[in-house]
Design a protein around this ligand. Structure first.
Ligand SMILES: *Cc1c(COP(=O)(O)O)cnc(C)c1O
Length: 298
């Protein structure tokens, strides 16, 4: 692999809640695998970078919102692995770049802004009047790094868990990360995804689609919880903010507001409700995303 990854700690959480309900809870700290290409995004990029190289491309072109973890990760990965990078950003250009886009441009990423409508249609045609895009030899990575190579990379996440476990929890945006994890499990293991967008059965069908591409017969290898999206993507309330603050204080683990904070809030609620069986070992995947926190603080 072209990008150097740091060791990924598995951090135990022992507190009054886990003790009372007799569960073992661990956080797999993917957020520590790289200073700038953090969390699941490094896994999703791994085989995409290899493929881009194989195809002889010198540029990575991808999409994202203005605070996108994937945009930041792709910009950093391009810089480290020697690719030029182009980011197509949803929405209008602002005179002052936010910290995510500032970081991306500091890494050398060229940014182009498209209307929400063009963005929704991933209308690459509308971008072709930009000479730089027309003339560049790019490898296209979809939003969030979610494609089959991204799923394949995420299949390697659980290799970093050195203990036996019963259930893996993971926050879901496109479901590609969860699908990769499902592909890696043993028969007696299961997954629980936390949907962080609103929309009934949204992630369930996405994960099914990914798994179908790998001819995987799902057989209930995963469940999706839709109860802790807090009103939708990047929506927060004071209760969530307080939880994140407390969790960091007690465990020295920072969480992000969009993904891991909601998952961890959900895990605690479900433990308290007795949804996990006594004696179960639960692994919570810290998928990273901390670079986006600047948009919520201050
Ligand atoms: C992108 C991202 C996710 C979502 O991953 P999907 O594969 O799209 O489900 C989860 N957590 C963090 C921190 C992310 O940046």
């Amino acid at each position: 692999m072209e990008i150097q990854s740091s060791p990924i700690p598995l951090q135990p959480i022992n507190d009054a809640v886990t003790k009372k309900h007799d569960v073992s809870l661990f956080v797999l700290r993917l957020d520590l695998n790289h200073p700038h290409i953090s969390g699941n995004k490094l896994f999703k990029l791994k085989y995409n970078l290899e493929e881009a190289r194989k195809q002889g491309k010198n540029t990575l072109l991808t999409f994202g919102g203005a605070y996108s973890n994937h945009i930041a990760a792709t910009a950093a990965a391009g810089k480290e692995a020697g690719f030029k990078t182009i980011g197509i950003i949803r929405g209008e250009e602002h005179e002052e770049l936010n910290p995510t886009l500032k970081f991306a441009t500091d890494c050398g990423m060229q940014l182009f802004y498209v209307s929400r409508e063009d963005y929704r249609n991933k209308n690459i045609q509308s971008l072709s009047n930009y000479q730089i895009i027309k003339s560049s030899n790019y490898y296209l990575i979809p939003e969030g790094g979610s494609n089959e190579l991204g799923v394949l990379g995420c299949k390697e996440i659980t290799k970093n868990i050195p203990i036996d476990f019963d259930i893996v929890c993971c926050p879901c945006g496109t479901g590609a990360t969860l699908a990769g994890i499902v592909l890696s499990l043993k028969d007696n293991q299961n997954t629980l995804g936390f949907q962080i967008l609103k929309g009934e059965n949204y992630i369930k069908s996405e994960v099914d689609n990914w798994l179908n591409k790998f001819n995987f017969i799902t057989q209930n290898k995963y469940n999706i919880n839709e109860s802790y999206h807090f009103g939708g993507y990047a929506k927060v309330n004071p209760e969530l903010k307080e939880f994140i603050k407390q969790f960091e204080k007690e465990n020295n683990i920072p969480l992000d507001y969009v993904y891991t904070g909601k998952m961890m809030f959900g895990i605690y609620e479900l433990i308290k409700k007795g949804n996990f069986e006594k004696g179960e070992t639960i692994i919570a995947i810290h998928t990273g995303g901390l670079q986006g926190n600047k948009g919520f603080e201050g």
